[in-house]
Design a protein around this ligand. Sequence first.
Ligand code: AMP
Ligand code: ZN
Length: 123
Amino acid sequence: MIVSDAAANSSCLFCKIVNGQIPALVVGETERALAFRDINPQAPTHVLVVPRTHYPNAAALANADAELTADMIRLAGKIAESEGIADSGYRLMFNTGEDGGQTVFHVHLHVLGGKNLGPMVAI
Ligand code: AMP
Ligand code: ZN
């Protein structure tokens, strides 16, 4: 079952950020999505784009709401513009599940850039 009510996920870190219970450095938003700086940045620009509604991962989000998925990607593009990395390039990443390195199970789109990010996967 997909839990789609953010308020129902009282133990979810990113639901708490969306609800204002935990502070975050917000850099952009839409009616349905929020963008804030990652607390442990892995690049000069490292922003997380999250839906205001709780979905556990990217596939669940896209299956339930294609327009919200697109809204998040558009917001990521706007963040890249405002961060000055749209021309130099950047990486959009959805870590999914244990092998994918996902640690917060509220879907989030990483926006990474501001330096050459090197190979796609660290080995
Ligand atoms: P992932 O490993 O793909 O699930 O990404 C989770 C991300 O959330 C990591 O990059 C963390 O640094 C980041 N993170 C964890 N707690 C916070 C927080 N309170 N505010 C902002 N970012 C956070
Ligand atoms: Zn959540």
